[in-house]
Design a protein around this ligand. Structure first.
Ligand code: G1P
Ligand code: ZN
Length: 542
């Protein structure tokens, strides 16, 4: 039986950089989740009888929302849902399932790297038929719909047993509970030389992986341990927990500090990696060397041809605007297109679909390729392992070779989290106001060459995205970017991105913050961060 339930709009259902993210109690308000899911369905057409993929990162409230989403899919006329066993699907695995099954789209339940638990974060993201996040055209429509929604449609049936794989029928719809790992692991085998990686590991190359008690634990056990022979004791925090063990499942130098310390210690394994809540981010650390995500993108792109799936070379490379220019130098050398997009994976979809790029990346620990339409943490780990096995080198050797060839791009991001929203907006407005007058002026020793607010013109569909961050370029090639986060759930987060290219290998072993000191000082001089935020220092430095 299908019920039509009356509902009033919630004013705050605007999807951000990556879907709708709110605290769990916000989603728990009566009708809140239903209103958003219905707004998604109402913004789509033509899904009668079609397949919808549903899964999440296993965080608190995942299972409840999955049951609601299944009933609403039936209520709205979908013909089939595919749901990961235990309600689990990593974001890249969900993307793959959508593509493999020619699904109409998918609901990915995750707040990515944000903490989980009864008073922490939850999120819902809609992905389209290519497996990627819905483009702005759709997210704008969802928000518009959420402002006037007055009812939702839901079928009435018992809760689906999410813990047993197999198909059942309910509400006029087929419900298939599928193994969340198998298809994804098989896809990885088509891209990488598993035999070479297995032999490399068997030969003594030690790999450690921190799943951060989030979704990638089962994936890492299957792929790294079972299929590639990695030491099971070195796959740590592999049991997914609803609250991620009370930690932020964010693979950066702050939240994956233990892994970092291990990798810098005397008995470090040869390769260390971590992934985030929903499995789309990656952190790569070699024995004694941290690889910045921007560098990782460049190094993966430069060496991708060593993996079978990329043997024929790259069609192009894409990076988000705040990501460093390291990959641009690789694209230039390879003679392939380079694209600069706004922050957020959704902007890569069109380029990937049109065959204009093969590898994409963001400075926020996201890398991926055209194998799915999401960034993919384990994919990055496996590509690194494939490259290491093919070159029979250490991470440090690959990094140093790369810098020697292309120069080193020092890069860092300073986050000021949970600052007052009005003050953060005022800081950005004040900067914006003076953009026109900045060229030629000095900022604590650095001369501004040009400054703008980044606008993206999508070369495929012609759409224009404005206000995607403020860029300040200095004489000598350093760059500074300011933007406000679109994923935070409390107050505003100011992100300040700094980079400086250093061609001379004699200067490649500086400490990053020291190498960037002039740019950091210029940021304060230009934006008055201390005054506007009331903070003396960033909350997170990556
Ligand atoms: C952040 C990252 C961005 C990433 C997004 C989703 O968004 O900066 O690169 O795509 O998370 O993982 P932000 O909070 O900066 O809007
Ligand atoms: Zn994520």
């Amino acid at each position: 039986m299908i019920k039509t339930n009356a509902i009033s709009p919630f004013p705050d259902q605007k999807p951000g950089t990556s879907g709708l993210r709110k605290k769990v109690p916000v989603f728990q308000q009566p009708g809140y989740t239903e209103a958003f899911i219905q707004s998604v369905f109402d913004s789509l057409s033509g899904f009668e009888g079609a397949t919808l993929v549903i899964g999440g990162d296993g965080r608190y409230y995942n299972r409840e929302v999955i049951q609601t989403a299944i009933r609403m899919a039936a209520g709205n006329g979908f013909g089939r849902v595919l749901v990961g066993r235990g309600g689990i699907l990593s974001t890249p695995a969900a993307s793959h399932l959508i593509r493999k099954n020619a699904a109409f789209g998918g609901l990915v339940l995750s707040a990515s790297h944000n903490p989980g638990g009864p008073s922490e974060d939850f999120g819902i993201k809609y992905n389209v038929a290519n497996g990627g996040p819905a483009p702005e055209k759709i997210t704008d429509a969802i928000f518009a719909r959420s402002q006037v929604i007055d009812r939702y449609l839901i079928a009435d049936f018992d809760a689906v047993d999410l813990d047993r794989t197999g198909a059942s029928e309910a509400g006029g719809m087929t419900i298939e509970v599928v193994d969340p790992v198998a298809d994804y692991a098989d896809l990885m085998e088509t891209l990488f030389d598993f035999d070479a990686i297995r032999a490399f590991i068997a030969g003594g190359f030690r790999v450690t992986f921190d799943a951060m008690h989030a979704v990638t634990g089962p994936y890492a056990r299957e792929i790294l341990v079972r299929r590639l022979g990695a030491d099971p004791d070195l796959v740590i925090n592999a049991a997914p927990l609803e609250d991620f063990g009370g930690h932020h499942p964010d693979p950066n130098l702050v939240h994956a500090k233990a892994l970092y310390d291990t990798m810098m210690g005397p008995d470090a394994p040869d390769f260390g990696a971590a992934s985030d809540g929903d499995g789309d981010r990656n952190l790569i650390i070699g024995k004694g060397v941290f690889v910045t995500p921007s560098d990782s993108l460049a190094m993966l792109a430069a060496n991708a041809h060593l993996a079978p799936g990329y043997r024929d070379g790259l069609k192009g490379i894409a990076r988000s605007m705040p990501t460093s220019g390291a990959a641009d130098r690789v694209a230039e050398k390879l003679g392939v297109e380079m694209h600069e997009t706004p922050t957020g994976w959704k902007f890569f979809g069109n380029l990937l679909d049109a065959g204009r790029c093969t590898i994409c990346g963001e400075e926020s620990a996201g890398t991926g390729s055209d194998h799915v339409r999401e960034k993919d943490g384990l994919w990055a780990v496996l590509l690194w392992l494939n490259i290491l096995a093919a070159r029979q080198q250490s991470v440090l050797e690959i990094v140093e070779d790369h810098w020697a060839e292309y120069g080193r791009t020092y890069y860092s991001r300073h986050d000021y989290e949970a600052v007052d929203t009005d003050r953060a907006n005022q800081l950005m407005n004040a900067l914006e106001q003076k953009l026109d007058q900045l060229a030629g002026t000095e900022a604590d020793g650095l001369t501004v060459e040009r400054a703008d607010s980044f606008t993206y013109h999508d070369p495929i569909d012609g759409s224009v995205s404005r206000n995607q961050g403020i860029r300040i370029f200095f004489d000598g090639g350093s760059r500074l970017v300011f933007r406000l986060s679109g994923t935070g759930t409390s107050g505003a987060t100011l992100r300040v991105y700094m980079e400086r290219h250093e061609p001379d290998p004699a200067h490649h072993s500086q400490e990053t913050q020291d190498a960037l000191a002039p740019v950091i000082l210029a940021a304060e001089a230009l934006a008055g961060i201390r005054e506007w935020t009331g903070r003396d220092a960033p909350t997170v430095i990556t």
